[in-house]
Design a protein around this ligand. Structure first.
Ligand SMILES: Nc1nc2c(c(=O)[nH]1)N[C@H]1C(S)=C(S)[C@@H](COP(=O)(O)OP(=O)(O)OC[C@H]3O[C@@H](n4cnc5c(=O)[nH]c(N)nc54)[C@H](O)[C@@H]3O)O[C@H]1N2
Ligand SMILES: Nc1nc2c(c(=O)[nH]1)N[C@H]1C(S)=C(S)[C@@H](COP(=O)(O)OP(=O)(O)OC[C@H]3O[C@@H](n4cnc5c(=O)[nH]c(N)nc54)[C@H](O)[C@@H]3O)O[C@H]1N2
Ligand code: SF4
Ligand SMILES: [Mo]
Length: 881
């Protein structure tokens, strides 16, 4: 599959979030790739966010796994595949089909996922295949199924633009679904009467667009929406006709909600009664309402109940399936939906069929197998418990990094260490999970792979290749099919192209489906796979997809009626004295465990270090100073993070990103602190609700460095990131080394006789080391008993400077003639906070547009516009970092 440079751009789809933006990729003769948004793709209409825009910078082969390995030694595909096939076969023969497992990912393409599921559930005969979507979408799936009888997302992105009220619950849309956020922001600018309400314990960047922010306490959502149902009922705005004709169970839900008056909801959620009144009034009086929800809802021990509490309010008002109305679960990964379609979750069989007798029998006939699994398999958290206690003896992990992303992550790592046989398929040679593998299989990545993904609005789009397969990397579908053939299932896995697999997937969705199953691609039968345009499922008529579902109020339950689920909100989360609720999630420019975004210096420029966001009053009570280091701890693990003291946090709650791993920081794997408590219905872990204690990390000396090469990190704390021309990093020591010169030479590999420029200021205790090699900066290191105060961005810029400003570096500040941008806000245009603040204060720019016209900030992808507005609003004149 060698692909040569193309004169016309290749139409493909972004490999990051579930918005599923169309991308135009244009390989250039010099090997680089130009990236642009596809104006013809209905999800983004030409837009891209900062991560999508930087895709071209993540494609280098640096750090790629390029050859199969057994026990860390390069081997041939034949040997690796044979070993996987024989070990799986032997394990099954000795211990039964449930002694093996696959752990997959919403970053697999539908075709990859389809064959992995078919192998496990169809031929091995166990349903022990689960996916990281269990950590992501499982509660939404369970909530949909309880209410609709099927896992159906009713609406689409245009509904957000058409709505008069958009409620965002547990969603940081501005950072996590930036292109939907931009579409929403544009619609609101056009129709200022549109209202946006944000429900999130933190005042995130998404609050920028909100008319009302309800800072609920962790897990206050069920109470908030049960209270809403009660308020709707009291205000007499229940759509009695709809409820009577198309739903079942309203009375029970209404009865349970009766006790939830404003006072009680205020107490349970911590939200002031007046704000609750305002929200309830707005919801009651607005017909066109879309409620968007994400991980603040799903990743909870009451996640499924939260989902149904939301859906109940939409059903009660009949606001579903019509333009500008409906509950809307936005998906995280590029193919979270595709995984659900093929049966990537252990409790679904295939093509949205469950483990009922008729479905098992139907799928058996379709696949021509008599060994189809008869019951659901283990869900992610239980699956890793089964690995730990030896029930599962061979596991194959594909396109996910569970050593970092599962709760009780140290236990997940220990489980893999205890497992007799661990196979990992990944693009990256160095991840915390790949490190634990006996067999490493090099997977093709974005730009090399060929297949389909489904986005949040049920839209199936093609990912097309525009790069040759590097080294011996192979697509996941090929790897799985090869193992299946070697296990003796050649007849069922003789695929040569992803198009064949997709055609089979289409056929299964349509097989004996007379409209009883929502997932139906019959209209795509015989479609031209190469040219296939984005299309929303179900597709029943030839190539005509469905924009919305349930417009006819017919649901996929036996009687065609939707179900209300009576919800009893859980007691409010109240941590023991001295404890904090640890909330976790994402930052704007990084993707999960950073195996790809960590490669782009421009993406690390936004936030280059793991942090914990804490309210100023809490920080003060704990003697945690601004930008000092903090230790978070509980019985499962610990982490050391930079304190980000901010009023965006609420008291008693702290927030830390999930992105940093052992590859980028000394102790920042946040999931080591998260308890593996799961939702009883969906099995999704409560990843947003750990309990931790915080203590200052006693630091003698803080350091900051930039370096052309990676230094040896001989210190008690470190966090590194890509920088243009090298690396940047933060360091800390709990004890001062006895000989700094020696320590620095050792770390940065400076020979004894090579000269090193240093400066030591006795009064302040600050030291600076600067090493210039052949006129270029080799490294610069700043040490201080207090958090290092130097403009990071300016120091970083010296790595690529033609003439190094050595004297200024030693002085620790740029000269008057050297502009100091400050921390980067706009990563596309490389515009820093100081430049934007200058535009606001000196040039008197009062709008994001004016700042853009002057500085170019915010004029490309727009992901930073909320932050620019924040600077304007606050006249934030913070000095560089
Ligand atoms: N930049 C970036 N974008 C991404 C990703 C990424 O890694 N980086 N990953 C993608 C994936 S896979 C996913 S799943 C999505 C996730 O997208 P989001 O769900 O929007 O992102 P999170 O930051 O995980 O969490 C959202 C918010 O939930 C809030 N929250 C925590 N607890 C509660 C609660 O009890 N109630 C309420 N109402 N809110 C709460 C948090 O404060 C947080 O702001 O993002 C996708 N997009
Ligand atoms: N505390 C906490 N934990 C969380 C979350 C949270 O909010 N808080 N969020 C959860 C959620 S929603 C999610 S989705 C997960 C995400 O967590 P993970 O899935 O563990 O994170 P990724 O970094 O996306 O891992 C994907 C891996 O697949 C590799 N890869 C990329 N493309 C391919 C490919 O085509 N083929 C193969 N074989 N490999 C590939 C990458 O190099 C990387 O190692 O984290 C979950 N964990
Ligand atoms: S919003 Fe950004 S990350 Fe998500 S699909 Fe679009 S470009 Fe990719
Ligand atoms: Mo996710």
């Amino acid at each position: 599959m060698t692909v040569v440079a193309q004169p016309t751009p290749i139409r493909t789809t972004c490999p990051y979030c579930g918005v599923g933006c169309g991308v135009l990729a244009m390989p250039r003769p010099d090997g680089t790739v130009a990236i642009a948004g596809d104006p013809g793709h209905p999800a983004n209409l030409g837009r891209l966010c900062s991560k999508g825009s930087a895709l071209g910078e993540t494609l280098s082969l640096d750090g790629r796994l390029l050859y199969p390995e057994i026990h860390g030694n390069r081997t041939s595909w034949d040997e690796a595949l044979d070993l996987v096939a024989t070990t799986f076969k032997k394990t099954i023969a000795e211990h039964g089909p449930d002694s093996v497992a696959i752990y997959g990912s919403g970053q697999l393409l539908t075709e990859d996922y389809y064959v992995a599921n078919k192998l496990m559930k169809g031929f091995i005969g166990s349903a022990n295949i689960d996916t990281n979507s269990r950590l992501c979408m499982a509660s939404s799936v369970a909530g949909h199924k309880r209410a609709f009888g099927s896992d159906t997302v009713p609406g689409n992105y245009a509904d957000l633009e058409l709505a008069d009220l958009v409620v965002l619950v547990g969603s940081n849309l501005a950072w996590c679904h930036p292109v939907i956020y931009q579409r929403l922001a544009a619609a609101k600018a056009e129709r200022p009467q549109m209202r946006v309400v944000l429900v999130d314990p933190r005042r995130t960047m998404t609050a920028d667009i909100a008319d009302l922010h309800l800072p609920v306490r962790a897990d206050g959502d069920a109470a908030l929406f049960v209270g809403l149902l009660n308020a709707l009922s009291r205000r007499g705005v229940i759509d009695r006709d709809y409820v009577g004709e198309h739903t079942i169970g309203f009375e029970a839900a209404e009865l349970l909600a009766e006790d939830w008056n404003i006072a009680r909801v205020a107490e349970a959620t911590g939200v002031p009664a007046a704000d609750l009144e305002a929200f309830y009034e707005l919801f009651a009086t607005t017909q066109k309402v879309v409620t968007v929800y994400s991980q603040g809802v799903n990743q909870s021990a009451s996640g499924t109940d939260k989902v149904n509490a939301i859906i109940n309010c939409h059903l009660a008002t009949g606001r579903i399936g019509r333009p500008g109305m409906g509950p809307f679960s936005v998906t995280g990964q590029p193919n979270a939906m595709g995984g659900r379609e093929v049966g990537g979750l252990a409790n679904m069989l295939a093509a949205h069929m469950d483990f009922d007798e008729a479905s098992i029998e139907r799928v058996s006939r379709f696949w021509g197998s008599s060994t189809v699994a008869a019951r659901p398999g283990l869900k992610a958290v239980d699956l890793f418990r089964a690995i730990a206690d030896g029930r599962i003896k061979a596991v194959w992990i594909m396109a996910t990094n569970p050593v970092d992303s599962l709760p009780e992550a140290d236990a997940a790592r220990a489980a893999l260490r205890a497992c007799p046989f661990v196979v990992v398929s990944d693009m990256s040679a160095r991840t915390d999970t790949v490190a634990e593998a006996h067999v490493r299989l090099p997977a093709a990545g974005w730009g090399e792979k060929d297949g389909t993904v489904t986005n949040s609005e049920r839209r199936i789009s093609r990912q097309r290749p525009f790069l040759a397969l590097p080294g011996e990397a192979r697509p996941d579908w090929w790897i799985v099919s090869q193992v299946a053939r070697r296990m003796g299932f050649a007849h069922a896995f003789s695929y040569f192209t992803p198009a064949q697999i997709f055609a089979e997937h289409v056929a299964l969705s349509a097989f004996e489906n007379e409209g009883q199953r929502d997932f139906d691609l019959s209209g795509l039968t015989g479609t031209d796979y190469e040219a296939m345009a984005p299309v929303q499922w179900p597709v029943r008529k030839p190539r005509k997809g469905a924009e919305r579902m349930f417009g006819d109020a017919r649901y996929f339950t036996p009687d065609g009626k939707a179900r209300f689920v009576p919800i009893q909100p859980p007691p409010p989360i109240s941590p023991a004295p001295g404890q904090f609720v640890l909330n976790t999630g994402r930052v704007r420019d990084h993707w999960h465990t950073m195996t790809r975004t960590g490669k782009a210096a421009r993406l690390s420029a936004h936030i280059a270090e793991p942090f914990v966001e804490i309210h100023p009053a809490d920080a003060e009570a704990l003697s945690i100073r601004r930008t000092s280091l903090v230790r978070l701890e509980n019985r499962h693990g610990c982490a050391v993070l930079r304190a980000l003291v901010s009023e965006r946090a609420q008291r008693g709650h702290v927030f830390a990103p999930m992105h940093w791993t052992d590859q980028f920081a000394s102790s920042a794997r946040i999931d080591t602190l998260v308890t593996a408590k799961t939702d009883p219905v969906s099995g999704q872990p409560a990843l947003k609700m750990a309990r931790v204690t915080l203590t200052p990390f006693h630091t003698r000396i803080y350091g900051f460095f930039v370096s052309r090469n990676r230094p040896r990190l001989i210190c008690d704390y470190w966090a590194i990131a890509e920088a243009p021309g090298g690396l940047r990093g933060e360091l800390a020591w709990t004890e001062e080394p006895s000989d700094w010169d020696k320590a620095v030479r050792l770390s940065f590999g400076v020979p004894e006789d090579a000269s090193l420029t240093t400066l030591f200021d006795k009064t302040s205790g600050r030291r600076v080391y600067v090493c210039v090699e052949n006129g270029r900066l080799g490294f610069a290191l700043f040490l201080s008993p207090d958090p290092v105060l130097v403009s990071r961005q300016w120091v970083v810029s010296q790595l690529e400077a033609e003439a190094v400003a050595a004297a200024a570096l030693l002085a620790g500040r740029p000269g008057a003639d050297m502009p100091d941008q400050g921390a980067i806000v706009c990563s596309c245009m490389g515009v820093g906070v100081n430049t934007i603040a200058d535009a606001v204060t000196r040039s008197r720019c009062t709008s994001v547009e004016a700042v853009g016209a002057l500085t170019k900030a915010g004029t490309n992808c727009g992901s930073c516009r909320a932050e620019i507005r924040g600077i304007i609003d606050a006249h934030r004149l913070a000095a560089a970092e």
